[in-house]
Design a protein around this ligand. Structure first.
Ligand code: ASP
Ligand code: MG
Length: 423
């Protein structure tokens, strides 16, 4: 029997009706002769509601207790899905992440999976039961405390279980028909992709696309798992995320541009009047790294000859903005810069495509599209398969539209968004 791992996101299990609908789909897969392991997210926006609730009790909830609270959302949906399956006459068993053998490090709120020991899941499948696993959670190997994998982490649970159970494909069921050339909630005329490479998907996820959790794509690439993204509302074929869809049997030609990601969640810090000397950047970014802040783009200007001083700007998650400022203030005397500024009204757009490697002129066309739309570029960064730019936050969606059209990605049909908020 082949093993099928399916993951259903929050909007796919948002109420009793949705849960019954999902249960029918699971039972259908089981009756077709597969061993089925299902990973579920919390119902609808429940994780956000639980976070709000915690914030009403205290502005600084202890990380251990916050994880305890948040994991309850997935436990509710796993039990309800198992009940709905029982109602359809099949046997289902639900398991918490810990019971499913998801072992993590102890980083509450952002734990990494370090091992998966799916003994209980395997036994349930061997007994002909359908296994339902609570997503986005595990147990710390050292402290034995319950941990969460970070927002959107149920995708990663699913891929990790697929790898541990020896499944080749992990099916991710969501509220749109697959991976699109841009977020269909912002751009209704975005086009659905039939295939996309892991490399491209990683870049889109790292640059703000919410369709898949970044770690899930990293994990899938490392273990050679294919990810099939599709809607739980429709029977459409969805999008296959594979190592290299552009080579070998059934290959399609690598598109120059595959898609556009955008991100409203970053901020920019500018350090003004930094002495242009050896070791200064190492000092600044050493201190930032030590505080655990993940930075993205960095721009350093050429110093003005008269002053021998330069400006350095970098982007970081908005949530880390004030922490970043206080880290920099603590090294002001040591670095001897003039001033530091935080700007959280920025947006980031990233254009991704594997075919870009061998096609000149992509950046020029990207900048021209932004210029024609009257959008100023504040920072630029590139990789072999990506060009990104920082714009004003309130111009970001116009930027996405302009670039999407310029690269001929517009579809004549409107994308369907079946539910949820896209979080
Ligand atoms: N329920 C969690 C969240 O909202 C995990 C997930 O949905 O993947 O982030
Ligand atoms: Mg998600």
């Amino acid at each position: 029997m082949s093993i099928v791992v399916q993951k259903y996101g929050g909007s796919s299990v948002s109420d009793a009706e949705a849960i019954k609908r999902v249960a029918r789909r699971i039972v259908e897969t089981h009756r077709a002769g597969n061993s089925v392991c299902v990973v579920v997210s919390a119902m609808g926006d429940q994780t956000d509601e639980l976070l709000d609730l915690a914030k009403q009790v205290t502005p600084t909830p202890p990380a251990r207790e916050l994880d305890m609270l948040l994991t309850s959302g997935e436990r509710i949906s796993m039990a309800l899905v198992a009940m709905a399956i029982a109602q359809l006459g099949e046997e289902a068993r639900s398991f918490t992440g810990s019971q499913a053998g998801v072992i993590t490090d102890e980083a509450h709120g952002a734990a990494r999976i370090i091992d998966v020991t799916p003994g209980r899941i395997q036994s349930a499948l061997d007994a002909g039961h359908i296994a339902i696993v609570a997503g986005f959670q595990g147990v710390s190997q050292t402290t034995k405390d319950i941990t969460t994998l970070g927002r959107g982490g149920s995708d990663t649970t699913a891929v990790a279980l697929a790898a541990a159970l020896g499944a080749e494909v992990c099916e991710i069921y969501t509220d749109v028909d697959g991976v699109f050339t841009a977020d269909p909630r912002v751009l209704p005329n975005a086009r659905k992709l039939d295939v996309i490479s892991m490399e491209e998907m990683l870049d889109l996820a790292a640059n703000g696309s919410k369709i898949l959790h970044l770690r899930c794509v990293e994990y899938a690439r490392r273990y050679g798992i294919r990810i099939h993204v599709r809607s739980s509302w429709s029977r459409k074929p969805g999008t296959m995320v594979t190592q290299n869809p552009y080579e070998g049997e059934g290959a399609v030609e690598a598109p120059i541009i595959t898609g556009i990601a955008h991100d409203h969640s970053e901020a920019k810090i500018t350090i003004v009047g930094v002495p242009d000397q050896v070791g200064v950047a190492a000092k600044i970014f050493g201190a930032i790294a030590e505080s655990g802040i993940n930075i993205d783009m960095i721009v350093q200007n050429v110093s003005a000859a008269e002053t021998a001083k330069t400006d350095i700007s970098f982007t970081l998650p908005q949530a880390d903005g004030s922490k970043g400022l206080s880290v920099l203030r603590s090294i002001k005397a040591e670095v001897d810069y003039e001033d530091v500024r935080l700007d959280d009204k920025i947006g980031k757009i990233a254009l991704v495509g594997a075919g870009m490697k061998s096609h000149p002129g992509v950046s020029a066309k990207f900048f021209r599209a932004l210029a024609e739309a009257g959008i100023n570029i504040e920072m630029i960064s590139t990789s072999e398969i990506r060009v990104s730019a920082v714009t004003r936050a309130d111009q970001l969606e116009d930027a996405v539209r302009a670039v999407h059209t310029a690269f001929g990605l517009d579809s004549s049909e409107d994308a369907i968004v079946y539910g949820g908020t896209g979080r």
